[in-house]
Design a protein around this ligand. Sequence first.
Ligand SMILES: [Zn+2]
Length: 612
Amino acid sequence: MQKEDVGSRKLNIKGIVILPIVVLLLIVSFFVFRSHIPNMNPLQYGSNRPKLEYSNYIPKQIGEKVDKSDVAIELEIFPSNYTEVVESNKFNISQKNRVQLLRYGQTVVEDGSEEDTFKNAISKLSTSKTPILLTNQIVSLYYKGVMQRFKLNVIENNLQKELLEELNNRKLKEIRDTVNECKSLLVEDKYEECIDLLRQKDIQPSNNLQRIDALNSYIGINSFLTDSKGEDVLEKVSNLLSENDTEVVKKTDVSIQNDDNSSIESQVYSDVDLVLLEELINSTEYLIKNLSDQNIDIADIAELGKQLTYIKEYTEKQNAGEDNDVLGIKGILSVLDYNPENPKFLLKSIKVKDQNILTVSPYIEEKTLVPEVLDSNFDEAYDYPRSAFVRGRIRLPILMYHHIDTTSSTNKFVAGLYVSPLEFEKQVAYLTKKNYKTVNIPEFNTILSSGKNPEQKTVMITFDDGLKSHYTQAYPILKKYGQTGVFFVISNRSYIAHQQLKEMANNGMGIESHSKTHPDLTKVSTEELSAEIVGSKSVLESITGKSVTGIAYPGCVADDRAFPIVQGGGYVAGFSCGRSIDISTSSKFMIPRVHIDNGLDGFIKILSVGGS
Ligand SMILES: [Zn+2]
């Protein structure tokens, strides 16, 4: 009993002594806390100040300007640095990539090395001195990354101010706990939960929070309040960016520091839309104007504005063909970091000073920029109306070339045997752009044996006489465009070294027979005929290690004596000359090939109607 009395009295005394101490501590901690907040005035706007409301800033015509189809440029041939870029980066180029690049001036290739980050991709391109393309998407990610971080700062800053306001009439600990809990929710982007929590504790979002919300919406990030007024601005800003940017931006790490720009050795080209840049610059100016005297650190926003302005000037200068200083633009490339799930590169041709240059951008967008390429295109539109088909024949133009070189000869016949490398490249590029398949002898034989037109537009490209330019000019161009050629070589008089013939065969080219010594096959003895036809086959097979199943007759002539030897000697097809692009399925040893000379118009006509 006594003990209890003593105990309760002690408790009362304790309460009387401790309570004022707790209150005192609360007051002291309030002032200590206050002293760490440089400006405790909540956001207040005088009547002479512009209000921080989204309606003060309405982006103009955003979303309409950036039309992907506008930027598609059809190419006549690949940009001059194509091979260099593809080989030095070891890009895995598919035939569809080539078709897209020619049709739309751009294509997207997978990155062979997985787990690549944006920074690694830039460094890979830089090491190989590949021209880097700065795209709308990269700039948008940069912008959003800076804004995202800025948003968090603004919210935190202003929540502290809210706290100070509430401290005047509420218990410190409860407010502090609630606000801390709310802040940790915000870090997880749980804005609504935070607001609900504040409401539960009767901490109503004030006008200030609504202003902050308008700001958040304005910068294109999650609305702070559920009934945000800023939604249409959010939509407009989102239109600037790709659909998956919100996801991407979460994985994007942005910090502004320009110290390692110099490590980027590549030239950088800007493909950024000037309207987009202007809108983004306006937005930074708007924020700076409205926030600079609100004790919010705007250094990052100011730096962002500076960078965007630099890119705008850089783009304008580049578009005007003026020389540019690349150093500033590299700042953006050195601060972005992103870890994509499927690393890809955008290859895009851009025109600089009337020259097509292949540029490369680490590609983040998931949706496809360019239309798919379909292989079953046999009945797709032809540039020159195609002629009617002939019964019993299949449509498969066989093109015949001799020299792929320039000539100074004025002799009409001699000059007719020359197609310049540039003209040849244009013809091969045309075939590639139209997604023609080029076949070798076995593939040709399969189609012919089927007796039906192929599903994909198909040609066979052939070369006679095994000339030096076939190795030095034709072969690299065919390889570059992913096409194959059939080279009819005079086995005992090849102008191409045996090692080179082997190399060509190993890289998908067909090395076939053009006889042993190039005689008129109608004028040699039967023994010589056999040696020319069968002998040449075994010589070439021993050089390339691959079987020879096609022969082109010297001067395009052969007679009834030759055909049984050709067939009996293991050939599946014998080639002559002619005008037709329709091949008889029953006459495999007198197959017409159409002579090709310089010029694309005549070439296109031949593909539709044959020679004239
Ligand atoms: Zn010949």
